[in-house]
Design a binder for this molecule. Structure first.
Ligand SMILES: *[C@@H]1O[C@H](CO)[C@@H](O)[C@H](O)[C@H]1NC(C)=O
Ligand SMILES: *[C@@H]1O[C@H](CO)[C@@H](O)[C@H](O)[C@H]1NC(C)=O
Ligand SMILES: *[C@@H]1O[C@H](CO)[C@@H](O)[C@H](O)[C@H]1NC(C)=O
Ligand SMILES: *[C@@H]1O[C@H](CO)[C@@H](O)[C@H](O)[C@H]1NC(C)=O
Ligand SMILES: *[C@@H]1O[C@H](CO)[C@@H](O)[C@H](O)[C@H]1NC(C)=O
Ligand SMILES: *[C@@H]1O[C@H](CO)[C@@H](O)[C@H](O)[C@H]1NC(C)=O
Ligand SMILES: *[C@@H]1O[C@H](CO)[C@@H](O)[C@H](O)[C@H]1NC(C)=O
Ligand SMILES: *[C@@H]1O[C@H](CO)[C@@H](O)[C@H](O)[C@H]1NC(C)=O
Ligand SMILES: *[C@@H]1O[C@H](CO)[C@@H](O)[C@H](O)[C@H]1NC(C)=O
Length: 437
């Protein structure tokens, strides 16, 4: 009779470690909140040359609320016909490899399995290409589509002179760590672009595409984030579930704890162990949802994201919250926001991110301060559906940077005080509303 109606935790968001009843295999599993999310690698052959071809590779992040953060993506593949990379602009191969076969002109890379990195935004003009150089960082599509892709040019030499180029095999994408699985390059409709002010359409000779999808299981990552809840109508705070992201060691007196992180790159670094503030949930990130006030035609929530890391900032963070209240007009005061189009959860998905030059950086904690960003959100009421009972005013699901945040169990939610039937409560609220206006 309390909260059982709304909160079914049997979603199939297995890619993100959300609660599941039926665990899908990483290939067939997708996130229902972002079912079409993927990173697509498009490989266009634009011109043939006397010694091969010139291609253009585009990395497009189609994930609505998962971005590619620093230190950025790393793209790899294996040539199948002894190709070499004569030159590149807008990116570079990390190894030149053994180019001893080439006597007069040295290729950029002769590696059989090159690894390609993006150039920094400040790269010199002669190394740039159109739409390049974001330091490997790609925005989530719902947050900033104009920064969700990057391109580079590649001049490929192939010994083969029959013109039947084969795509490279075994595509790998680190973005930045493990987690992505890429399909082979498949033939696709040639990429079309317009010239002469859009009056003429031109197309490339050939296009191959590979689709990379993220899986929490492949990433082998411990959960990162949890949710705590509070309301104006109940003084108790529902904390994050104990051990959401790992368990605290027995000694309760220490303040600094360490937790294992996924390695962000293949190099050994101190990234693997992160220092976080000790807590019962041990999550480096906590999202707190506080139902602040209830007026006649709107209600107000305070949303706070806290970073308990001692040596990690989150640049261009985003959070996704699922709540039916977002179907009504919603205003966040200190975050930028948008509503995600969703066939299945029409209007329930709100994405929030920082305002430029104000709070796009979720800074680390110090011994004195917890790094946090916060906003108040005003939601218009749909009087048909709005209620404070059964935990309706609490979020259904929360994601931080694309990762599922562990939710408290419904039976721990803050409840309405006893005896406050709908009528007495609404009279009380009417009174409150008059006092406030
Ligand atoms: C990748 O994402 C795009 C955009 O959402 C979608 O059109 C495309 O079908 C997706 N590709 C695959 C193989 O799912
Ligand atoms: C470099 O490649 C040449 C030609 O394929 C080969 O003879 C030579 O042994 C290679 N050198 C090394 C160090 O692998
Ligand atoms: C940038 O261009 C210069 C001059 O063409 C070249 O020497 C340098 O290696 C290039 N850097 C990269 C990262 O490609
Ligand atoms: C691709 O990877 C598979 C499995 O690791 C391997 O058997 C195959 O030889 C690789 N293909 C190429 C062209 O390297
Ligand atoms: C807990 O750690 C503190 C400081 O590291 C130490 O002084 C104390 O004895 C420890 N307590 C237990 C029960 O291990
Ligand atoms: C990382 O460290 C381990 C053990 O210290 C070592 O075996 C491994 O080769 C190192 N990896 C890299 C990429 O340096
Ligand atoms: C995080 O940001 C703060 C303030 O901008 C800076 O002092 C600190 O060095 C940054 N930490 C890391 C690990 O980059
Ligand atoms: C909100 O985000 C959009 C898209 O990224 C951006 O164009 C706009 O300037 C942002 N607004 C603020 C106030 O930061
Ligand atoms: C609220 O009511 C239920 C059943 O009516 C009762 O079991 C519970 O103890 C009451 N709680 C409080 C705080 O009065």
């Amino acid at each position: 009779n309390t909260t059982s109606i709304i909160f079914q935790t049997s979603s199939v968001a297995c890619c993100n470690g959300a609660p599941t009843t039926t665990l899908g295999l990483s290939k067939g599993c997708f996130d229902p909140l972002d079912p079409n999310g993927n990173v697509t690698i498009t490989y266009d052959i634009r011109t043939w040359t006397t010694r091969g071809y010139v291609g253009r590779v585009t990395v497009q992040n189609y994930y609505q609320f998962r971005h590619v953060e620093k230190p950025g993506w790393k793209l790899g593949w294996t040539w199948t016909r002894d190709e070499v990379i004569w030159s590149m602009s807008g990116a570079f191969a990390t190894e030149q490899g053994n180019c001893s076969l080439f006597k007069f002109d040295t290729p950029h890379s002769c590696e059989e399995s090159p690894v390609i990195l993006d150039l920094m935004p400040e790269a010199s003009p002669e190394n740039r290409s159109e739409g390049c150089c974001r330091g490997g960082v790609l925005s989530a599509r719902a947050v900033d589509p104009s920064k969700s892709f990057t391109s580079f040019e590649i001049s490929v030499g192939s010994m083969d002179e029959d013109g039947h180029e084969q795509p490279p095999a075994n595509v790998t994408l680190m973005a930045p760590g493990l987690g992505y699985t890429c399909s082979p390059f498949l033939d696709a409709h040639p990429t079309v672009s317009s010239v002469i002010d859009g009056k003429r359409q031109v197309q490339v000779f050939r296009t191959w595409k590979s689709t990379c999808t993220y899986s929490m299981f492949v990433a082998n990552k411990t959960p990162l984030c949890c949710v705590s809840l509070s309301t104006f109508y109940n003084p108790s705070i529902t904390p994050c579930p104990t051990c959401s992201c790992g368990c605290r060691k027995a000694n309760k007196s220490s303040v600094h704890c360490t937790r294992e992180e996924h390695p962000l790159s293949t190099t050994n670094s101190s990234n693997d162990l992160a220092a976080v503030q000790c807590s019962d949930h041990m999550c480096p990130v906590r999202v707190h949802w506080h139902v602040m006030t209830n007026y006649i035609d709107h209600w107000r929530v305070k949303l706070t994201v806290s970073n308990y890391n001692y040596n990690r900032n989150y640049s261009n963070w985003n959070i996704l919250v699922q709540h039916p209240g977002f179907k009504q007009s919603t205003e966040a005061f200190s975050f930028n926001s948008s509503q995600l189009p969703s066939f299945r959860f029409g209007g329930e998905l709100g994405v929030f991110w920082g305002i430029e030059y104000y709070n796009t950086e979720l800074v680390q904690s110090t011994d004195i301060n917890v790094g946090h960003v916060t906003t108040e959100i005003v939601l218009e009421k749909d009087l048909e559906s709005f209620t404070l009972s059964n935990g309706w005013a609490l979020p259904r699901r929360v994601y931080f940077n694309g990762d599922y945040c562990q939710m408290p169990l419904p039976d721990t939610f803050p409840m309405l005080p006893n005896g406050s039937s709908k009528q007495t409560l609404s009279i009380l609220l009417l009174l409150l509303a008059f006092l406030f206006w």
